[in-house]
Ligand binder design. Structure first.
Ligand code: 0O2
Length: 221
């Protein structure tokens, strides 16, 4: 490949990746709007925090090679659906479905794929709701529909996943069996904590409702 051809290819790839950066900006703005809207209406806010990441060019190309996808921008657009990633961390398990519905129901969003690793936990214990959505990005000279992977999980699920991710990378995928089993146990503990927090949350909500009843007399119990 000649140097001027290489420059053109590089320019095209940088421009292609910008689509994903803009898609992340749009989705992040949507979640921030939901948060502020709920806050302004004095309603309960299920979103603890939002993170995002743009896959590096190296790991995009690594995935294309590993999965044996054709090496073209059109093929990458069609096959690599997690170049743009947005993670929404919620307080409670029940928040996840609400947050999912709030985003999936928006007019410019199309849900392309959905994987519920909460109902169907991965064998290692991983839990999260994954949505692949597509969103229009309005560039100067064109409109493109761009896929974004949205991961929705609780604080406990996120805590577990970030530790597991670090361990997995530290051992380059060859995690010793004893550590694997400890991790699975930790996932179970995280799940139990989530369930406990959920029931406390319901209890507080329920008592809160009784609290605001005008004819309430005496203590909560
Ligand atoms: P990173 O660093 O977060 O980008 P594939 O992407 O093809 O390998 P698939 O089946 O398309 O896998 O996607 P999947 O399994 O639904 O979700 C992929 C992403 O979910 C991962 O992205 C992680 O972010 C997260 N994930 C899935 N399984 C696990 C797991 O067992 N542990 C942890 N910690 N995270 C998980 P990347 O690209 O692997 O990583």
């Amino acid at each position: 490949v000649r140097i001027d051809e290489l420059r053109v290819l590089h320019g095209e790839f940088v421009d292609f990746m910008l689509d994903y950066k803009f898609a992340i900006d749009e989705i992040t703005t949507k979640f921030n709007i939901l948060r502020e809207d709920l806050h302004n209406a004095n309603e309960y806010n299920p979103i603890e925090h939002i993170n995002s990441r743009l896959k590096s060019p190296e790991s995009v190309l690594e995935k294309v090679q590993r999965k044996k996808y054709p090496m073209s921008l059109a093929s990458i657009r069609e096959n690599v659906l997690d170049i743009a990633g947005v993670r929404v961390v919620c307080s409670f398990i029940s928040d996840i479905a609400n947050v999912r519905d709030m985003i999936a129901g928006q007019e410019d969003i199309t849900v392309v794929d959905e994987r519920d690793y909460i109902t169907n936990r991965k064998p290692n214990g991983y839990q999260s709701l994954h949505l692949i959505v597509s969103i229009p990005v309005f560039r100067v000279d064109r409109t493109v529909r761009v896929p974004v992977e949205i991961q929705i999980r609780t604080i406990a699920m996120d805590f577990w996943a970030s530790l597991e991710h670090k361990i997995y990378y530290k051992y380059r995928g060859e995690v010793p069996p004893n550590l694997l089993s400890e991790l699975t146990q930790a996932a179970e503990a995280a799940n139990q904590l989530d369930e406990k927090m959920e029931s406390l949350h319901r209890l507080v909500d329920h008592n809160g409702e009784r609290d605001s009843t005008p004819d309430r007399s005496g203590s909560l119990d």
